[in-house]
Design a protein around this ligand. Structure first.
Ligand SMILES: [Zn+2]
Length: 61
């Protein structure tokens, strides 16, 4: 797992986000969108990673 910093949109601080705070992760074209709860309690989302691979199984809706 990983941890990262995030600029919270609610408390307007750069917070260190730990894996234990992450409540979900969804793959998107831009990377992995993770959802988590900031230290202030606000739900947040962030895009992590990015296309490090050429995914050949992209889903066309
Ligand atoms: Zn916050």
């Amino acid at each position: 797992m990983f941890m990262f910093t995030h600029d919270c949109t609610a408390c307007d601080r750069t917070q260190l986000i730990f894996p234990s705070m992450i409540t979900g992760a969804t793959r998107t074209d831009a990377g992995t969108q993770v959802t988590f709860e900031c230290w202030c309690g606000a739900p947040q989302t962030a895009i992590r990673g990015g296309a490090t691979r050429d995914d050949r199984d992209m889903v066309a809706a």
